[in-house]
Design a protein around this ligand. Structure first.
Ligand code: FES
Length: 77
């Protein structure tokens, strides 16, 4: 039996990104996107966080997980 706090610690999602901060928050102005597609990381393994670098592929292969990026698409008018 593990104490509740210990169990929760064993389930960390963020292993290394901005650990010096109490909370990782990224704010992106959608008007500043100057390309049609941008992929944002949801697996917390990207070396270019918050942008996806496809590290989720290795994470999924190693863990059996099924995570992937958030893809923002901008309509060209
Ligand atoms: Fe994290 Fe792609 S690298 S979702």
């Amino acid at each position: 039996f593990l104490p509740k706090k210990k169990k929760q610690k064993d389930c960390l999602i963020n292993l290394k990104i901005q650990k010096e901060n109490p909370k990782v928050v990224n704010e992106i102005d959608i008007e500043d996107l100057n390309c049609t597609n941008v992929c944002y990381c949801r697996c917390w393994r990207s070396k270019t966080f918050p942008v996806c670098d496809k590290s989720h592929l290795k994470h999924n292969e190693l863990t059996g997980d099924n995570v992937g990026p958030l893809i923002l698409k901008k309509k060209i008018v």
